[in-house]
Design a protein around this ligand. Structure first.
Ligand SMILES: [Ca+2]
Ligand SMILES: [Ca+2]
Length: 192
């Protein structure tokens, strides 16, 4: 019986620690990273469209984040705004989870020099532009044979046009790490 009591006690302690730990500590973020996230979210430029489309957040999370910041008048930059003072305040917004915060961080980091990572494949700003050009301008044969994509992946890319952002490209069905890597490798060879 004693082992059971011990196990229960341990569980309670773990739960209590999780509860007390800040979101920042739990995700292992630096103070600079947290400051960047808060600055980004508190800026009126971070509209629903930016959060939903550019950052690629779940639309409910994007809507709730903007609503919280903008306050009752639903306008950013007015007196009733409720700025995000801590990462815990961000985390407490409905539908916002760890992945939401990490997605925002990715976006904020990418914004610094224009580089970014999608499905684990990193792209410089120039590579992003080139890959989007290919995604929008290459023929089906070029995508299929030239870039060596599976034919259904190539067809999905053509069907999804226009593809305006890397997030949009990464969210095309069948486009994952392998396809993005192949498109990246195809930059130098694409005749377009
Ligand atoms: Ca307001
Ligand atoms: Ca606040």
């Amino acid at each position: 019986m004693s082992w059971l009591i011990l196990a229960c006690t341990t569980d309670v302690q773990v739960a209590a620690t999780d509860e007390a730990q800040s979101t920042q500590a739990r995700l292992g973020l630096t103070n600079d990273e947290v400051a960047d996230i808060l600055d980004f979210l508190n800026d009126c430029e971070a509209s629903f469209d930016v959060l939903d489309t550019s950052v690629g957040l779940d639309s409910d999370a994007a809507e709730n984040l903007v609503e919280h910041r903008d306050g009752g008048d639903a306008k950013c930059g007015t007196r009733d705004d409720d700025a995000y003072d801590t990462l815990d305040e961000v985390d407490a917004v409905t539908q916002v989870g760890d992945q939401t915060i990490l997605d925002i961080l990715d976006y904020v980091n990418g914004g610094a020099d224009g580089a970014g990572e999608w499905e684990g494949v990193s792209f410089t700003a120039a590579q992003q532009a080139a890959v989007l050009e290919i995604a929008n301008g290459a023929t089906l044969a070029e995508l299929d044979k030239g870039a060596d994509l599976p034919s259904d992946t190539a067809e999905n890319i053509v069907d999804a046009r226009p593809i305006d952002t890397m997030d949009a490209l990464a969210s095309v069905p069948e486009v994952g790490e392998s396809a993005l890597q192949k498109l990246k490798d195809y930059i130098a060879a694409w005749p377009g």
